[in-house]
Design a protein around this ligand. Structure first.
Ligand SMILES: NC(=O)c1ccc[n+]([C@@H]2O[C@H](COP(=O)([O-])OP(=O)(O)OC[C@H]3O[C@@H](n4cnc5c(N)ncnc54)[C@H](O)[C@@H]3O)[C@@H](O)[C@H]2O)c1
Ligand SMILES: [Zn+2]
Length: 363
C-alpha cells in the first residue's frame, strides 16, 4: 500500500473519511475496526465480486477476530430490488445481527445502494461501511449517502439517506473491471471537471492516456479529486433541498431519456452520460452560453477515453417525451444543467422545446 489519500466528508456528527489507496483492500479489517467496535460484520457482495475481492475483505475482517457472515447477491441492476432487500433483512436476522453489527458493502453501485438501504432500515439502522469496486462507485455512488432500491417501473424510488462510517477505496480492484464498465465510469469523471473544476478538466486532458491505461497514480488522484468535489456539494446540500446537488446531473436529463428509450442495458449509464453531456453542451451553445470550442474539448476528451459521442438514431420527439417524464423534471417543464464556462454550470429553466429538439437531431 502506498500514498493513500484521504477525503473528509463534512456532515457534522455524520462526518466520515474516504480513504483512497492502491492495494489497501487487505487492510479492510483495520479500517472498519478503527471506526466501530468490530464484533460482527455482514459482507454483502455480488456474484462477480465475491471471488475477486469480497473474500479478501471478509478474511481481513475475520483476522481481527470478528464474526463474519457473507451474503452474495446475483450481479446486475435487477438485483437492486425490494425482494432482495427483504431477503437480506431475513438473512441478517438469521445471522443474529443487531445494532452492534456492521454491514460492509463490497461491490459496485448496485451493491452499495442495496446493502446501504438494508443497513439504513434493519433494526432502524445499523453501521455501514462501503468498499466500492467499480469506477462509477469510486467516484459517484459511494459518496453522498443516497441508498435505495428500484421499483419495477421506477429506478431508485424507495430509499433513504444513510451515511457510512467510512469508505475504503482500493484502485487496484479496477484491474478486474471489464473495459466497458471502466470507461463508463470515466464519463462521470469528465462530468466533474466540466461542472466544478476547470483545472481538473485540463489534468484529464493531460493524463487521458494514463487513465485509459488505468495507471494507479493517475487513478488515485482522479478518484480523490472526484470524491472531494462531490463531498463538497453533498456537505452543502445533503438532502438535495437547495438544488446544488442537482448540478451533478449535468448531461443526465438527456442520458436518462437515451437509456429509457434504448431499453435498459443497451447503453451503460456512463455511455449515455457521455452522449448526454455533449447534447447539453450543444444546447448551451444554441442558447449562446458557450462557444463551439467548449463542446469540442469535451468531445475530444470523451473520444480519447473511447466513450460514445454520437446521438443514437432515435426520434427526437420520443426522446423529448421521455425527458418530460423524468422525475427530475419539475412539473413537466424542461430544466437543464447547462455550462457557463469550464468548471461552472447553472440550472436553466424554461428551455424552448425547439432548441431541445434541434440538439436531439444532431447526428
Ligand atoms: N447512490 C448514489 O448516489 C448513486 C449514484 C450513481 C449511481 N448509483 C447506482 O449505481 C448503480 C450502478 O453502479 P455500477 O455501475 O457500479 O454497477 P454494478 O454494481 O452493477 O457493477 C457493474 C458490473 O461490474 C461488476 N463488478 C463490480 N466490481 C467489479 C470488479 N472490481 N471487477 C470485475 N467486475 C466487477 C458487477 O458485478 C457488475 O456486473 C445503479 O443502480 C445506480 O442507480 C447510485
Ligand atoms: Zn450518473
Amino acid at each position: 500500500m502506498n500514498d493513500a489519500l484521504t477525503v473528509q466528508v463534512q456532515l457534522s456528527e455524520r462526518s466520515y473519511e474516504i480513504v483512497i489507496g492502491t492495494g489497501n483492500l487487505t487492510a479492510a479489517g483495520a479500517f472498519v475496526g478503527q471506526r466501530c467496535k468490530l464484533t460482527h460484520a455482514i459482507v454483502i457482495t455480488d456474484t462477480n465480486v465475491a471471488p475477486l475481492h469480497a473474500r479478501r475483505v471478509a478474511d481481513s475482517l475475520g483476522s481481527l477476530g470478528a464474526r463474519v457472515d457473507e451474503e452474495v447477491i446475483e450481479a446486475g441492476e435487477a438485483s437492486k430490488s425490494v425482494a432482495n432487500a427483504d431477503r437480506l433483512w431475513q438473512r441478517l436476522l438469521q445471522h443474529k445481527a443487531d445494532r452492534k453489527s456492521v454491514v460492509v458493502a463490497v461491490g459496485g453501485g448496485v451493491i452499495g445502494d442495496l446493502a446501504g438501504f438494508v443497513a439504513a432500515t434493519y433494526a432502524r439502522g445499523v453501521a455501514f461501511v462501503q468498499v466500492p469496486t467499480t469506477l462509477l462507485a469510486h467516484v459517484d455512488s459511494s459518496v453522498g449517502g443516497k441508498v435505495g432500491v428500484n421499483l419495477p417501473d421506477a429506478k431508485n424510488m424507495v430509499g433513504a439517506f444513510w451515511q457510512p462510517l467510512g469508505v475504503l477505496i482500493d484502485t487496484a480492484v479496477l484491474d478486474t473491471l471489464p473495459d466497458r464498465e471502466y470507461r463508463a465510469g470515466l464519463a462521470e469523471v469528465v462530468k466533474y471537471g466540466v461542472i466544478l473544476d476547470a483545472e481538473f478538466f485540463r489534468y484529464l486532458e493531460d493524463r487521458a492516456d494514463d487513465l485509459a491505461a488505468r495507471r494507479p497514480d493517475a487513478l488515485r488522484h482522479v478518484v480523490a479529486r472526484c470524491c472531494r468535489l462531490k463531498a463538497d456539494v453533498v456537505a452543502q446540500d445533503e438532502r438535495e433541498t437547495i438544488g446544488l446537488r442537482a448540478m451533478l446531473n449535468y448531461g443526465h436529463t438527456f442520458a436518462h431519456a437515451i437509456e429509457a428509450e434504448a431499453g435498459y442495458g443497451e447503453f451503460l449509464h456512463g455511455e449515455a452520460v457521455a452522449i448526454g453531456m455533449l447534447a447539453a453542451s450543444r444546447l448551451a451553445e444554441r442558447l449562446g452560453r458557450v462557444d463551439r470550442r467548449f463542446t469540442e474539448r469535451q468531445d475530444a476528451l470523451l473520444r480519447r477515453l473511447k466513450l460514445p459521442v454520437a446521438m443514437p438514431a432515435m426520434a427526437p420527439e420520443v426522446l423529448l417525451e421521455a425527458m418530460q417524464r423524468d422525475k427530475k423534471v419539475a412539473h413537466g417543464r424542461l430544466r437543464f444543467v447547462l455550462p457557463k464556462q469550464m468548471g461552472q454550470v447553472e440550472l436553466v429553466g424554461d428551455v424552448p422545446e425547439e432548441d431541445v429538439l434541434a440538439v436531439l437531431q444532431t447526428a
